[in-house]
Write a protein of this length. Structure first.
Length: 413
């Protein structure tokens, strides 16, 4: 994974005070917590930072490491994690598992590789061997050469290659007075190495959990979910996420971003206004039908609504929402209803012979149709009237072979 500072597309180089890597690590921790929240049972909760990186009481405690270098025998991530679990106030016995989850791969010669297959006694023996080697020399033949540190990925003071720090950690962890607590840790400890880094974890999460979410909205969905996990309300109240709160948030997000949204996706029409060119619009069939009832000022709005309907349909199709059949039914229903409404309006004009009066009646009919109640599209509540009116203008732009089935606003034959 390239250093985060090199991923930034900026006009200037990052300064020594750049702390981007810290926030990358935080987002990684939050996303790991999100994945754990999916497994919460009713009544369960998850804590962030209070008792370690990610904690589900009575089940698991996870230390999350987003690092680039190898997980070698003397790496601080391994020894410091165990030291944290040895804290006198940490209730080790209450957890079924203690997990070190890291993006690091094991070093080629690491004696930790088969950790998960060892008994607690064997794990202790392995650690004691590493500790005794360290007492002789900070870098033994069994330990692979130290790799150059990546300052953009490593946080300050975590390089673990300095013998004094590595040795000091090992002495604390392996101290005789800590042995009982250490065995409680080793009985429960698992190492999950080689986990995806943040970009790959994001892609994996989307593929696993967001298939029902519109593709164009998946990143927005994820940002909203991570924002919830990092909300001031949660942080100020101990950073505890309950199964019920997490489920409620997922329900809310699915309602907003689902491929089958219960509500019509609201859109601001102003950006589309710039795309309306009246000189290009006037020759079009739907535009000529508006102009023939004598109202030039209606043309721009009609063109905007038609463009909005076409653009909305295109976006829904791009997001793989199955709207083809519902769209055809929506067009058919509005076409059929329009013919009936127009026939009734023509009857009301019986006796009118003056062209100006017929055009005025036609304009009233046109405006009445635009303000009529809006039928839901694809069962979506609050379907915007601008969309429905755009559908009218799409129908008016059709040129069927059977002229009796043509969509008109005029109230004369």
């Amino acid at each position: 994974m390239p250093p985060p500072s090199k991923q930034l597309q900026t006009d200037t180089q990052a300064l020594p005070v750049d702390a981007t890597a810290l926030f990358v690590a935080l987002q990684y921790q939050l996303l790991v917590a999100v994945e754990q929240c999916h497994d919460l049972m009713p009544g369960e909760c998850l804590w962030i930072e209070a008792m370690g990186d990610v904690t589900v009481p009575r089940k698991t405690q996870i230390e999350v490491k987003h690092y680039r270098d190898k997980l070698t025998d003397s790496h601080q991530n391994f020894w410091n994690t165990i030291r944290n679990w040895l804290h006198e106030r940490f209730d080790r016995k209450s957890y079924k598992s203690l997990v070190l989850l890291t993006t690091q791969e094991f070093g080629a010669q690491s004696r930790l590789k088969d950790w998960n297959n060892l008994t607690a006694v064997q794990r202790l023996e392995r650690m004691q061997k590493i500790g005794s080697d360290g007492a002789v020399a900070p870098q033994t033949q069994m330990e692979e050469p130290a790799e150059p540190e990546d300052e953009a990925v490593q946080t300050a003071g975590t390089t673990a290659r300095k013998p004094s720090k590595a040795r000091a950690l090992q002495q604390v962890v392996l101290a005789p007075e800590s042995r009982e607590a250490l065995m409680e840790v080793l009985e429960r400890m698992l190492i999950i190495p080689g986990e995806d880094a943040l970009p790959e974890l994001i892609d994996s999460y989307k593929a696993r959990y967001l298939r029902a979410i519109r593709p164009s909205l998946q990143q927005q969905y994820l940002d909203d979910l991570l924002g919830f996990m990092f909300s001031t309300e949660l942080v100020l109240n101990g950073w505890k996420i309950s199964n019920e709160a997490f489920t409620a948030k997922l329900t809310d997000l699915h309602s907003s971003y689902s491929k089958h949204p219960p509500e019509f996706p609201f859109r601001d029409l102003r950006p589309l206004e710039e795309k309306v060119d009246l000189d290009e619009i006037r020759p079009m069939l739907f535009a000529r039908k508006i102009l023939e009832i004598g109202d030039e000022k209606q043309l721009k709005r009609a063109a905007l609504h038609r463009l909005f309907a076409l653009d909305t349909i295109s976006e829904l199709l791009k997001d793989q929402i199955p709207i083809n059949s519902p769209l055809q039914l929506y067009l058919h229903n509005h076409r059929s209803n329009h013919f009936v409404e127009r026939e009734a309006a023509i009857l009301d004009c019986d006796g009118l012979r003056d062209d100006a009066a017929l055009k005025k009646a036609s304009l009233r009919f046109y405006l009445a149709r635009l303000k009529a109640p809006t039928e839901p599209f694809c069962a979506m509540a609050n379907t915007m009237p601008e969309f429905r009116n755009g559908i009218y203008h799409m129908l008016a732009d059709e040129n069927p072979k059977d002229k009796e089935k043509e969509f008109h606003w005029k109230l004369w034959e």
